[in-house]
Design a protein around this ligand. Structure first.
Ligand code: GYE
Length: 343
């Protein structure tokens, strides 16, 4: 891979210009640029892009599939010289230091999957000051910072929440004494937790469903915490009379299913369950009759992301948001769909 030392007066320039300037051979030497090594051995501007990716962590099957998709796509893509991959273990601080390292290393493009929505202003401003474009992959950030990234490629989490809400309304419309709901939220402050909650209750309220949100807690998108929160729900509220569990991802839903079974109840029957993601394990639980509805969230967008990286590095116009296509699945579809799942 190529290491570049960029003079301060070039730091505000777009990456393409930096690359072109870096490739001017003798001129580059005059300006004090040094280039050594080389991804594909061609040297200069043809070497390919160096991309820094600050990933959330490895909290779920979705996340692992997403990391694999991005890493495989980068490795197979001649336009990419190197992907610097950082697993932030679900900690924003680690993502902030990863971005600062990417800036120091003068990567061409930074890809960030922000663990939470807020707290990005300073570090994204630093990237902008260094002339390095930032692409959000998967999760979004607060609207106030929308000028500090170029584009986001990922899911429409509000739409996912609405899909879950529409199924709940159809399923419980005739429940005269009111539908009692438990919610297992994703990581507090994350875009998918905020939006999956908002879209779901927006539909329930708009459709006038008679419901009560009995409890709502974060299980941090992990099976372990999902199970622990479900155990607390069972201790606090018992399960008799609870109609529906809405889990913001597969892992928390699968953890909750264990807790429900250990308490002597039948998941999918005594309490209906919605999950979001749609991993193999999630679909298998559906085939086994342990959950009732799956809202798909698609992590396999590595190749699409590489196209966006190249467009952004070239300074092309890109949409501010590109949604990934996703479906929904009920009990009649679980078995047929299971073999199609990629993660
Ligand atoms: O649903 C969950 C993961 O941000 C869409 O993060 C992603 C979510 C996904 O931990 O399983």
């Amino acid at each position: 891979m190529k290491t570049l030392t960029i003079p301060t007066f070039l730091k505000g320039e777009p990456p393409v210009l930096k690359k072109v300037l870096a490739g001017i051979g003798a001129g580059a030497l005059l300006f004090g640029l040094t280039a050594c090594g080389g991804g594909d051995g061609e040297g200069g501007a043809d070497e390919g892009l160096v991309v820094g990716f600050a990933q959330v962590g490895a909290e779920s099957a979705w996340r692992t599939a997403n990391s694999t998709s991005v890493q495989d796509a980068a490795a197979a893509d001649d336009r990419i010289a190197e992907l610097k991959f950082v697993d932030a273990q679900q900690e924003q601080e680690r993502q902030i230091s990863a971005i600062r390292d990417f800036i120091t290393q003068q990567v061409d493009v930074i890809v960030l999957a922000p663990v939470v929505e807020t707290g990005w202003t300073d570090v994204l401003q630093e990237a902008e000051d260094a002339g390095i474009p930032v692409i959000l992959a998967d999760r979004g950030i607060e609207a106030a910072d929308e000028d500090l990234y170029t584009t986001r490629l990922g899911s429409d989490f509000v739409a996912e929440g609405r899909s879950a809400g529409e199924w709940a309304v159809q399923t419980f419309a005739d429940d005269a004494d009111g539908t009692k709901i438990l919610e297992l939220q994703g990581t507090t402050g994350s875009a998918p937790a905020n939006d999956r909650n908002a879209g779901f209750f927006e539909v329930l309220d708009a459709e006038g469903l008679n419901y009560e949100l009995v409890d709502s807690q974060s299980g941090n998108f992990t099976a372990e915490e999902g199970k622990a929160v479900m155990e607390t729900f069972i201790t606090t509220h018992a399960l008799d009379g609870i109609d529906l569990l809405y889990a913001h991802n597969d892992e928390m839903g699968l953890g909750a299913i264990q807790a429900i079974e250990e308490a002597g109840f039948k998941p999918g029957e005594d309490i209906q369950i919605i999950i979001v993601d749609g991993s193999k394990a999630g679909f298998q639980a559906g085939v086994d009759g342990k959950l009732n509805y799956i809202v798909e969230c698609n992590p396999v967008f590595g190749e699409q992301l590489m196209d966006v990286v190249v467009q952004v590095a070239n300074g092309d116009d890109v949409e501010k948001f590109t949604p990934v296509e996703e479906g929904v699945f009920d009990a009649t579809q679980f078995e047929a769909e299971l073999p199609n799942r990629q993660f």
